[in-house]
Ligand binder design. Sequence first.
Ligand code: SAM
Ligand code: MG
Length: 214
Amino acid sequence: TRSTRPQRLLKVVQKRATRGDPQSVISAVDHFCRHSEWAMNVGDEKGSILDSVVSELSPEKVLELGTYCGYSTVRIARLLPPGARLITLEFNADYAAIARQVIAWAGLEDKVQLVEGASEDWIPRMKEHYGIETFDFVFLDHWKDRYLPDTKLMEDCGLLRKGTVLLADNVICPGFPDYLEYVRNSLSYKSCYFKSHLKYTKAEDGLEKSVFLG
Ligand code: SAM
Ligand code: MG
């Protein structure tokens, strides 16, 4: 049977990237997506915005919603300070299996905990199961109908503190007005938009950064 796109992406990483070198893993995936097959990772242009937000924050506890093949996981994890921890959630078992190998190839498995399952099931279990008090940074990049309910769920579960930063991908393309309206109008958030382009294209897309004010 024909291989899947994530399997082909992993093959490219194993062929082109150096073990233990996250930057080479990122470059291999970008090359694959630019020249061979489009894939739904955040990409290099929006990825550099993600990098700058992570570098500025230097977060100790990070949550990522939507791992796919682990591209953004590698981007974030490579910039974390020593001792920091990134939990990434993925409910597709095939994607999760690929992502584990991509993360390991980058040499970042000590910093990353990949949790298989649905965000709505795992967010309420973060405290008891993973001993998380609050997250410093959350990257939202899963299915769009879950951005708003999962944000409210994180609030209700006490996983956000004053100063926690939420960064949401794809706020223009495909876009999700309910989430944007919420973070832009709520007095509990200070929100701003980073204009960019849809990965590997010229179409506008962007990231919304929202600081939780408590
Ligand atoms: N963040 C990745 C990157 O930039 O490399 C791309 C993530 S992809 C756009 C979205 C992923 O979220 C898919 O792999 C999908 O299976 C997963 N997903 C969607 N809804 C989810 C949910 N409610 N819980 C866990 N994973 C979910
Ligand atoms: Mg995305």
